[in-house]
Design a protein around this ligand. Structure first.
Ligand code: ARG
Length: 649
């Protein structure tokens, strides 16, 4: 987080980007396409001067049409049935959920009770919720999806899916590809604002969490055919640059001579300049003037600023490269020229008030207002975020803005989201689009239960952390004799995939809001809910298929799947639930749901493999296909979690 000193009265001379113009405001993207649907017209958004009160979102057209999740397909059947059985009652949404107790069925439909409450005492022919449930079942359209339905208690409809349908659906996915299992989401374009470290400061474990969680969310949304703008909102603007630049001039008089100054440890550079700033009034004065020169667009100062940013960027890039994470930088400085305009729009709505010399926005339920212009006339974190939100809505035409930061910043997000709602930029109903969501996460703790630190430094160097995970994995593989079996490249790649995967998974498997303890031994164990265990489970399945000597591509087309054994059926059903888990993980912004699903999948596979012989059995073809489908879904899970799968162990 940085603070800003550019006064509202000064023209934004640092033209890193063009100021908003009428032409830009109505730019490039037309949300209309053949396949459009209009979501509830709730929001009042502006495009320049024109206010629109409806939100039009088009459904992405994909090569192979996604069929929607199992739950969605069931819901569709029940929706038809509800309409047929109760034509007079409008707007009844089918309530379909997974059965908690698999003894009762696979899914259940829970509409009967609430429907009964709606119609009772109004001259209905029905005598209670049970007959209502019965009518829903009787009106179900013909489908090979459902084996049978039974009614329990006050009208709960328990649904058992047809085994053949499960088998057929899994096989169809094997042929058509897992993309056909992409969930359908009611959004077209999202901004995922993640990682976002601060220039000249060390990227800490919090930023690592943000990077890992944000990347997974982006991947899940991308898989769901949502366009994702992966934004790195780096802290590259603010008063601290005055002192950093002056310190650069002082310590590296030849900084301009082409080669990047050997600043080395940026954190130390930052600290040393801060110390200088605090102890030397002369330096302080120069630093303050430097801010004005920088923000006034002085060439020399801008160059120094750019150079400091570049050094940081290179450091950040080392982490991103290791993690295989791609981001597009649009830092705080990018939005700076737009701030006066955005504040003017808020002012026109009567939102901005004067308070103790600052300009603020009062938020209902909050004692302290949101400061948007500081007492010295400077902008701050909040003015930038409000402006970035405005930009994302109006310039980038995003439907959903997702911000991944530690929970400590929750208040900040709540405040400026509320301000945006007051301004009519966002709808007041949380469920309507365009939407802004803060994805908060807890702390990473060390073994001592305190904030994670290494012995030598205050913050953990992320690159070292990742390298250690990799080298520990390499050692474990060598101990298992892999150095003799594999090429050096294979050994290195596997160690990297497992090591980095382990760090990511240890983070992602927890509900993000909880704190978690960073422990190499635990995350690199091949037992329990770890990436190592899961990656090995996947490799084992691949080896079963390889050792069978059968041509899987051929089997997909010619062989038939039949899930006669109960454990085969359960595994098949679990596979089919993949799309709805991704959908739920996206909708609730909870990657741990996908981890839970993946772990359960490997458990279901183990159960199946323990109880059903694969190679050499009468059911070999069907069971090999089931192995292939499991491996495929596991790989997709790994991919969505940003983990590279391994094929042999
Ligand atoms: N739009 C945002 N506020 N994104 C998050 C920025 C995170 C901030 N740079 C930090 O390190 O805490």
């Amino acid at each position: 987080m940085s603070s800003f000193t550019l006064s509202l009265k000064l023209p934004p001379l640092l033209s890193l980007s063009p100021p908003p113009s009428a032409q830009l405001l109505n730019s490039n993207f037309s949300p209309l396409s053949l396949n459009t649907r209009i979501l509830r017209a709730t929001s009042r958004r502006f495009f320049g001067a024109v206010e629109v009160s409806s939100r039009i979102i088009s459904t992405m057209e994909t090569d192979k049409e996604s069929i929607g999740s199992l739950k969605q397909q069931l819901a569709k059947l029940f929706e038809e049935s509800l309409r047929a059985a109760f034509p007079d009652i409008s707007d009844v949404q089918p309530l379909v959920a997974i059965c908690n107790d698999t003894k009762n069925g696979d899914y259940q439909c829970n509409n009967a009770m609430s429907l009964w409450n709606k119609i009772k005492g109004k001259g209905t022919q029905f005598k209670g919720p049970q007959p209502v449930g019965k009518a829903i079942v009787e009106n179900l359209p013909a489908s090979d999806m459902i084996e049978n339905c039974s009614i329990a208690g006050p009208g709960f409809i328990n649904i058992v899916l047809a085994r053949q349908w499960i088998a057929k659906s899994v096989q169809k996915m094997l042929i058509d590809g897992i993309e056909t299992w992409a969930p359908k989401l009611p959004v077209k374009r999202t901004v995922v604002d993640f990682s976002s470290p601060n220039i000249a400061k060390e990227m800490h474990v919090g930023h690592l969490r943000s990077t890992i969680i944000g990347d997974t969310l982006a991947r899940m949304l991308e898989f769901s055919n949502v366009e994702v703008l992966r934004r790195n909102h780096v802290g590259d603007w603010g008063t601290q640059f005055g002192m950093l630049i002056e310190f650069l001039f002082e310590k590296f008089p030849n900084w301009e001579a082409g080669s990047t100054p050997a600043i080395g440890d940026l954190e130390a550079f930052y600290k040393a300049s801060k110390q200088r700033f605090d102890s030397d009034p002369d330096f302080k004065e120069r630093a303050q003037k430097a801010v004005v020169s920088l923000q006034g667009g002085d060439e020399k100062y801008r160059k120094a600023w750019a150079q400091i940013c570049e050094i940081s960027r290179k450091e950040f890039q080392k982490v991103y490269e290791r993690l295989g994470v791609h981001l597009e930088e649009k830092g705080e400085s990018f939005y700076n020229p737009y701030i006066p305009k955005a504040l003017e729009l808020l002012n026109e709505k009567g939102l901005i008030e004067e308070s103790e010399g600052a300009r603020v926005i009062f938020i209902e339920g909050k004692k302290i207002p949101l400061i948007v212009v500081k007492r010295d006339g400077g902008f701050n974190y909040a003015s930038t975020d409000l402006t970035a939100l405005w930009y994302r809505l109006n310039e980038e035409k995003a439907d959903w803005m997702i911000y991944v930061t530690d929970v400590g910043q929750r208040e900040h997000f709540e405040m400026f989201f509320s301000a945006a709602k007051r301004a009519g930029w966002l709808p007041s109903n949380e469920n309507d689009y365009p939407k802004a969501s803060h994805v908060g996460f807890g702390l990473v703790l060390g073994e001592d239960g305190k904030r994670f630190r290494t012995r030598s430094t205050e913050v953990v160097k992320l690159v070292d952390l990742l390298d250690e995970a990799k080298s520990r994995c390499k050692l474990a593989l060598e101990e298992r004799g892999k150095a003799k079996e594999w090429t050096a490249e294979e050994l290195d790649q596997t160690a990297e995939a497992v090591g980095y995967g382990a760090v990511k998974y240890a983070d992602l498997k927890n509900n993000r809001l909880t704190n978690y303890t960073f422990n190499f031994d635990q995350m690199l164990s091949d037992k329990g809910n770890t990436a190592v265990y899961l990656l090995y489970a996947h490799a084992r399945i691949c080896s079963i298929i390889r050792k069978s000597g059968r041509d899987i591509e051929e089997l997909k087309k010619s062989g038939a799947m039949d899930l006669a054994h109960q454990d085969e059926r359960m595994l098949g059903l679990h596979l089919l639930q993949f799309p709805e888990i991704v959908e739920e993980a996206c909708t609730n912004l909870l990657p741990n749901l996908l981890c839970e699903y993946l772990y359960k999948l490997s458990e279901d596979f183990t159960k199946f493999y323990t109880n059903c012989q694969v190679v050499g059995s009468a059911e070999e073809t069907s069971r090999l296909l089931l192995c292939e489908a499991t491996a495929l879904v596991m790989r997709k899970c790994f991919h969505l979690l940003g983990i590279t799968p391994v094929y042999k162990i």
